[in-house]
Design a protein around this ligand. Structure first.
Ligand code: ADP
Ligand code: MG
Length: 468
């Protein structure tokens, strides 16, 4: 392809980035490539069908407009899927600015009979609160949320765009929430039956009951299900279960049924699964949900308080308390919920209104200690030298007078305890000393701090200075 075409394309990218913002750009366009430009048509490729359809329905006009501003001979943009990578698309969720709460679905509201119908199918119990309406969209879950919505809204007979949809993340970041939202919404729309199963339920209920019958019954049962949703796949264990799972997965995918899976790790890390299953899992759309940022945590808390107020009208959490919790309770969505539940319980039981002081007391154990700051060896040497009134080169020198030996040992000890550097590395950084010398220094100081209170205190002060 001509050099200049790529140059034009790179200018178009620049325009897209400027007009849509860095976050939107990197979510949807970062992996778009120019395949060619012929008779007014720019051919662009993306790695997945999902991206293609998303961009087509949301950004087609913008894309064309940006091309035309750059090169007015372009009058059409064609999007294609790069087939070679389609089978192995892993998209890491890119950031989209801020937290946006999206509207719920059209269609009838979710009812108790939906839950009944779902359980009659043999599904795992659903939590009525876990819907798209209550899911807060932010930078870390944009793509997972968009993909989930797409699956939930797809019609019978629609081409399946990514199969399976595989969502993974650490604990408490919203996988189960999204999976159940798909189930509620899909069943409420009523186009396709959605069955939600935990991996355990899949094993002990579904597969076994199917296994007991004949293959015809098995196929019949599958025919009834449009979307199979399996949560916590990492718990799927045992050779024969996996074989059964693999069989089901293949049968469903080949029959054009949608499969949605959540797990706490990407397919490649599901060590106990056999290669065929793993590659089948990686062959659809793999989306990671990232950690909840502070902004998103705050939005989730606000949504939660609003929901709680429906049942407890007197319950209110002042804004400073919400920001305090959002700032300090950083693990995951479950802890946020836990924090609010405690405040709710406390204020109900005591009749007091929620205050910052109450919050500080109630959520203390949910607060993760601040990540220790990364300390550099140079800083240790500088601060120790200043403390003991010697120069940094004294510490690195081979001088063995008492006034430098002790500070040097202290500095090596701090280097070992405050950094992840190995003994040989520390030795090198202290004027090329042997690792046994470092070890000796570390042991020496360790021994002394137990008995020498003054030294112990000096070291505490040094540590504090270094970690500020
Ligand atoms: P996972 O299955 O990934 O471990 P869950 O879906 O069970 O996590 O989420 C844990 C809690 O956090 C749930 O109460 C869930 O509703 C809440 N949560 C997580 N992410 C969000 C979000 N984006 N919006 C609203 N609530 C969320
Ligand atoms: Mg879960």
């Amino acid at each position: 392809m001509a050099q200049t075409e790529q140059e034009h394309w790179s200018k178009v990218r620049g325009r897209l980035r400027a007009e849509l913002g860095e976050d939107v750009y990197s979510s949807w366009f970062a992996r778009m490539e120019l395949e060619g430009l012929e008779s007014g048509t720019a051919r662009l490729s993306v790695p997945t069908r999902f991206l293609k359809s998303w961009i087509q329905s949301h950004y087609a006009e913008k894309l064309l407009a940006c091309w035309q501003t750059e090169q007015n001979k372009v009058n059409r943009v064609e999007l294609i899927v790069r087939s070679a990578v389609l089978r192995n698309a892993t998209i890491k969720v890119k950031e989209v600015d801020g937290a946006t709460r999206l509207n719920g679905f059209e269609g009838r509201p979710i009812s108790a009979s939906d839950a009944g119908a779902h359980e009659a199918l043999g599904g795992s119990p659903l939590d009525a609160r876990l819907t798209f309406d209550s899911f807060v969209v932010g930078r870390s879950n944009t793509l997972a949320h968009a993909a989930a919505k797409q699956v939930a809204a797809a019609k019978r007979g629609d081409a399946v765009m990514f199969n399976p949809l595989y969502i993974h993340s650490g604990v408490g970041l919203g996988k189960t929430h999204l999976l159940q939202a798909i189930t509620w919404t899909g069943n409420a729309i009523g186009e396709r039956k959605v069955l939600y199963l935990t991996a355990e339920k899949f094993v002990y209920g579904f597969v076994q009951s199917l296994r007991a019958q004949n293959t015809l019954a098995f196929k019949e049962a599958l025919r009834g299900i449009g979307v199979l949703v399996i949560d916590d796949l990492q718990f799927l264990q045992g050779k024969s279960t996996q074989a059964e799972f693999c069989h089901t997965l293949n049968a469903l995918i080949d029959a054009g049924r949608q499969v949605v899976i959540a797990a706490d790790r990407p397919p490649s890390d599901l060590e106990s699964l056999d290669d065929r299953v793993r590659s089948r899992l990686a062959g659809g759309l793999v989306v990671e949900i990232g950690g909840l940022g502070e902004e998103l945590r705050l939005e989730i808390l606000k949504a939660r308080v609003a929901a709680a107020r429906l049942h407890h009208p007197g319950f209110d959490v002042p804004a400073p308390v919400l920001s305090y919790i959002a700032k300090t309770v950083t693990h995951n969505g479950r802890d946020l919920e836990g924090a609010l539940n405690r405040l709710l319980a406390h204020s109900k039981l005591t009749g007091q209104s929620v205050t910052l002081e109450m919050a500080e007391r109630e959520v203390r154990d949910l607060i993760r200690p601040q990540e220790p700051k990364r300390v550099k060896i140079e800083d240790i040497q500088r601060i120790v030298a200043r403390q003991y009134n010697v120069s940094r080169s004294d510490l690195l020198s081979s001088r063995r007078t008492a006034n430098v030996v002790r500070p040097r040992q202290v500095a090596m000890y701090l280097a070992k305890t405050l950094t992840l550097r190995s003994l040989p590395e520390i030795g090198r950084r202290f004027g090329g000393r042997d690792h046994t010398t470092v070890l000796h220094a570390v042991r020496k100081i360790e021994g002394l701090v137990g008995s020498d209170m003054a030294l112990a205190e000096e070291i505490e002060i040094l540590k504090r200075q270094l970690q500020e």
